[in-house]
Design a protein around this ligand. Sequence first.
Ligand code: TYD
Length: 136
Amino acid sequence: MQRLDQCQIVALPKISDPRGNLTFVEAGRHIPFDIQRVYYLYDVPGGAERGGHAHKALHQLIIAMSGSFDVHLDDGQRKKTVHLNRSYVGLYVCPYIWRELDNFSSGAVCMVLASNFYDEADYFRDYNQFLREIPQ
Ligand code: TYD
């Protein structure tokens, strides 16, 4: 399967309850990796853009915990944009995908479950270098 096609929406379990809904993510069941790190973006000013990089080895699941935003994905050949606005829906992003996030709503919180610790050496921050080093 082409790399961009691996980046799919994941419908997470939703336990609906009049007291408030509950969603959970189980590593290896809902996502194809173990979770080593969680980080989140919040207080994002209107018009700001995040991301603008790709990873060599990192797998991620991106969830709009609150509010909404767009995720633009690019595998070097094809692109697609996913709008996230539900806390029970994740977007799985595999390695070697350039991603940019924008169109954050007011109060948006973007949570990312990641397969490894933060490692700057795992990043491509230069788009042309990313294109040159994509494995065939
Ligand atoms: P970056 O990954 O570029 O942010 P985004 O993709 O959300 O726009 O990271 C921004 C800064 O935060 C950068 O200096 C690295 C640092 N950082 C950490 O220290 N730990 C982390 O887990 C992450 C994701 C970033």
